[in-house]
Design a protein. Structure first.
Length: 313
């Protein structure tokens, strides 16, 4: 496992370098001149020239990339030209909000998706299997923004149980925070739960017909032990892979859901930055997101060793 970890860590650095080059290069393809947008309606030529010099817009692309990556290596992601704030400060402000929403949504997805996938596989062809498949089809095909609006109409407008939008820090009021995050977390978790259910069912059906499962039954083990200890453990590998990818997607920001529920997370931050041509913010947020994806994939690889003893050899 130690050799594997060293090899995986050795691939992270060149991967991040390539990702940073890709992020910076694609960012330059966005139409429009950020200096013209920041100069206002008058667009004074002296102001535009000053902004070009400040943002290094008149210099060659490789040199501009060098300025940016040198700052990144020193913990400086640049400065937002719109808010006049360091990008790192903006990321640290929004990251806890998105992280909380992502973890709540992922927890809901795990609580719903994995058990329903197990029940569907064990009861293949029964009513439970049909119900789980109907749920999965509904979850995959339902748009998040539409489900969010319906939940606001029901639980906020009609019943008045939950706030329609907004965000309250858990350090200020934990109860109000959970009330505000419950609906957006369920909206995001619902779609992921449907995907997890389908993958769990498929993986479980595959391992339930394996020789070691038949051997476990022949030893007289209870069905619960056979399913949870022998079948599920060997079916977890594709579920871990999918879970890492879905959690990375959540950490990158759920744009539509955050807009519907007015959650001040990564999604809203990057949308505002794109519209304002705030290059530094877009590059910083995408780089942090890419780093989170790579880290989660590394953790998923390590989790394989914990759930599958065969990989340790």
């Amino acid at each position: 496992m130690g050799d594997f970890l060293i090899k995986r860590l050795a691939t992270i650095v060149p991967t991040l370098v390539f990702v940073s080059m890709l992020i910076f290069g694609l960012q330059q393809l966005l139409p429009g001149d950020p200096a013209l947008i920041l100069a206002g309606e008058e667009q004074d030529p002296s102001v535009i020239a000053y902004l070009h010099a400040k943002l290094h817009l008149d210099e060659p692309l490789p040199l501009r990339y060098g300025y940016w990556i040198a700052g990144v290596l020193h913990g400086d992601l640049g400065e937002s030209v719109r808010n006049q704030q360091p990008v790192l400060d903006l990321v640290l402000q929004k990251l806890p909000v998105t992280l909380e929403l992502a973890l709540l949504a992922f927890g809901i997805a795990l609580l719903i998706g994995v058990p329903s996938g197990i029940v569907s596989a064990v009861g293949r062809g029964t009513g439970w299997d049909s119900a789980a498949n109907v749920f999965a089809l509904w979850g995959i095909s339902t748009p998040n923004f539409w489900l969010g609006i319906l939940m606001i109409l029901l639980f906020s407008v009609q019943l008045g149980w939950l706030p329609a939008s907004g965000y309250v820090s858990p350090f200020d009021n934990l109860r109000a925070n959970l009330a505000a995050m419950l609906m957006p977390a369920f909206v995001l978790g619902n779609a992921i739960a449907a995907v997890l259910m389908r993958h769990t069912r498929s993986a479980m059906l595959q391992v339930m017909s394996a020789d070691y499962v038949r051997t476990a039954r022949a030893k007289g083990l209870s069905e619960r032990q056979v399913v949870l200890k022998h079948a599920l453990r060997n079916a977890l590998t594709p579920i871990i892979t999918l879970g890492a990818l879905e959690l990375g997607t959540l950490l990158s920001g759920a744009v539509l859901t955050e807009q519907v529920f007015t959650i001040p997370g990564f999604g809203k931050l990057i949308v505002d930055a794109v519209f304002n041509r705030d290059y530094a913010v877009v590059q910083g947020v995408v780089l942090v997101t890419a780093t989170a994806y790579i880290t989660l994939n590394l953790l998923a690889d390590l989790a394989y060793f914990a759930v599958n003893p065969r990989l340790r050899t």
